[in-house]
Design a protein around this ligand. Sequence first.
Ligand code: GLP
Length: 243
Amino acid sequence: MAPMRIEIVADERALGLRAAAIVFEAIAQKPNAVLGLPTGDTPTAAYAELRQRVERGDSDARNVQGFAIDEFIDVAFAGRGTNAAFFAAHLHFLLPRLSLPDSGTPLPEREIALFANELRAAGGFDLCVLGIGANGHIAFNEPGSGLDSRARVVELAEESRRAHAVAFGSLDAVPRRGVTLGVADILDSRAILVLAQGAAKAAIVALAIEGPQTADVPASWLQTHADVTWLLDEAAGALLHRR
Ligand code: GLP
C-alpha cells in the first residue's frame, strides 16, 4: 500500500490554489472526470478558484460530472443551510452537471440508494474531494462508521449539527438526519483528496493520519486506500509527527 501523501501549504489561500490545481490536473487527464465534492468552510477557497478559472476560460470543466457526497434530509430541497444551497452559492457553473440527493424526499432510504446507483452508473469517482469534521467524520460518516459502511440514512452527531447552526439560522433548524455515501463508497474512488485547515483540525488530522484505523475516527479508514493526498495548511498539520 502506498503511504498517504501529505502536502502542507502556508494558509487558506494557498490551500485553495493547490486544491484547485489538483482538481484541474484530474480534469486535464480525463475531461469527463467524475468528482465527489464536499461542502463546508474548508473547500470554499478552492471552489472560488475553480469558478474563476472556468469564468476566465483558463480551464474547461464542461464535461465534468460532480456528485455531492452527502446532504441533509427532512428539509426542503435547496432550502437555507442545505448542501444544495451551498453548491448553488459556490459552484453555480457546475449545477447542470451536479447530482445531489433531494433533501426534501419523503423516502430517504430510496433516495440515497438511487443516488449511489447513479454514481456507480457514472463509473464511480475519479477523484473524491473530502473535508474532515472535528470529530473525524468524512461526508456524514460520523464516529462509529465502519470500513464497509455504504450509502445510507444517518443520525447527525450533535457536534456536526452545531457546526451548521449558523448556516441554518439556529441549532433547532439544523436537521437531525442526513444521507451520505458510506466509507466503502468513498474508498471505491480511484483517488482521494482530503482538505483540512486551521488549528481546530490539527488533533483530529494527526489521529486520522497517524493513529489506529478505527470507526471512532472514520477518516482513519483512508489509510487503507492506495491513492490519498492530504492537503493541509500549517495550522492543521501542526501536530503531525512525520512531516
Ligand atoms: C460537514 C460535511 C463534511 C465536511 C465537514 C467539515 O458536516 N458533511 O463533508 O467535510 O463537515 O466542514 P468544514 O470544512 O466547515 O470544517
